[in-house]
Design a protein around this ligand. Sequence first.
Ligand code: WT7
Length: 658
Amino acid sequence: MSDKASSSDINSVLIENRQFPPSGEFASRARIQADDMAALHRKAEEDYEGFWADLAREHIQWSKPFSNVLDDSNAPHYQWFNDGEMNVSANCIDKHLADKAGKHAIIFEGEQGDIQKITYQQLHDMVCQFANGLKAKGIKKGDRVIIYMPMAPEAVVAMQACARIGAIHSVVFGGFSAESLRDRIEDAGAVMLITADGGHRGGGIVELKQAADKALQSGCDTLKNVVVLKRTGHEVNMQAGRDHWWYDVIDGQPTECEPEMVNAEHPLFLLYTSGSTGKPKGIQHSSAGYLLNAVITNLWVFDLQDEDIFWCTADVGWITGHTYVAYGPLAAGGTVVMYEGAPVVPDAGRFWKICEQHKVTVFYTAPTAIRALMKFGDDFPNSYDLSRIRLLGTVGEPINPEAWMWYHRVIGKERCPIVDTWWQTETGANMIAPIPGVVATKPGSCTLPLPGIMADVVNEDGESITEANTGGYLVIKKPFPSQLRTIWGDDQRFRDTYFPKFDGKYYLAGDSARKDEDGYFWIMGRIDDVVNISGHRLGTMEVESALVAHPRVVEAAVVSRPHEVKGEAIVAFVICQGERPTGDEAEQMEQELRNWVGEQIGSIAKPEEIRFADGLPKTRSGKIMRRLLRAIARGEDITQDTSTLENENVVLQLQGKA
Ligand code: WT7
């Protein structure tokens, strides 16, 4: 684990060691100044609970104030502010109506160029109407509602409407397949599905309703109603009694809906993410604790100010779209941009055109998008006015120094700080990230933990690693408000996954990391069987189970190899029934299996490459030799002893040499 994470190419080492302090202009106008940051860190060190209590009083409107701060009586199921009551939607919308009713909450642009600007007052009315419509369909506090929608303002409206009445939403990314959707509906025991006829993406239509119909063909016994937004207007099947158009659901509903005040610990949402087994886990977040870290990181890390236009490009199907589109910026009274479609429609200038047209000031995206757009050269960004952008952010995976420098030079014009934000679905909000007016950045490092976040790198015994640049486990040593509360329906898996070591005292993130001589954090990769494809997490076991579900597949092993744009790409080793497919047959089979995985999970899970053999290399005890498979996938020389293999020829087959 002590290898350096990033490329050893001499150029990138030189870039990595450069420090970029914030420009004087940015620093002088930033919300958080050096002494503010120092005071926050000091307060968190000296009075941890007081630190969070002060923030919770300052940033959240309570209908019933809390007196408990942290309750660790049922550790590691920590609770925060658990005798207080509030409502997330009231905090995101109603709170601003007195002074910001006419301010834009959402600026939306569809892939085909349609634009919709929604003020806080309008958002309030839309959310209330829809919330009333949900109630009329029988939705009650605590019910689970699945949201499977395109990036449209109504996706945020649906989330906020659930929050308003205390229903627990679970957004399923529109790129997931019918099978994945069905698994999530069943695991959550959802009573309603909110979807759309489709969405525009890449010049075509994402057939969301069709996938939903397929998902509901079997199982899903708890599900009673489907609400369908008309987005594309193309013909879809509507099942009488079960399916209802969005416009009928809101028809005649009042634009006032009293928010349901809930306990701080009431679950706001579930969001499914991959782990090291075949089954995705429903990460359960709270209401107040989640919202608190969401708001403060929008203020501290994104320096959100009243006149800012914040564009986080993430889909609401991911945690980033929850915390930095649907909840955090609204709770902070900001204006967010939402874009429905692909970054290259009609050409690779689309993102920069949107930045110019909607006067984006803070832009947050993933390294994979930066790398993909970088490939199209500087002319696209250079033909748009990006002068209003003052702050850039990245998330999802380590950013390679070359992409960082391009982002800095071509998008930020060497003027904008870049906040590289480390966090996870489970942490709910940024954990390790620079406070941009204060902390100097280094390309490839997410810099330092935020005030109140006790992140560290420890060894096998849980001891802090003090030697610079020595890898270890990334942990968070104290509970924090926005951490996941459990895995839905599986407390045991929650404890086993996140608190398996160090006497259950520290939250285990699942990443390895190192700290450099300045204490800066460098994320090195996952310690479990989780891969990161285009900033999206995927379990190798999930892909393996999808493959073996195919009637011709006997066994499969999945590993990843580095990929120029996606970060990592999936390589699958597959054993088929009967003769090993070769030549044309292998090509056909490869195509069939790629599509199959796409249907089982979603397009992001399709293997980049599939190789067939008569068997998989295994140890004497029957364990698949994954390290060997990784070396084969990467085309590296094999240094491991393969003489104990039952069938050495297998390695040659997998290498494509036999
Ligand atoms: C995993 C979490 C948090 C939203 C996006 C992904 C990796 C995330 C960074 C970063 C290096 C990062 C980690 C983490 N990761 N951000 N700035 N630098 N690695 O959320 O799907 O829950 O994945 O993404 O490996 O554990 P997620």
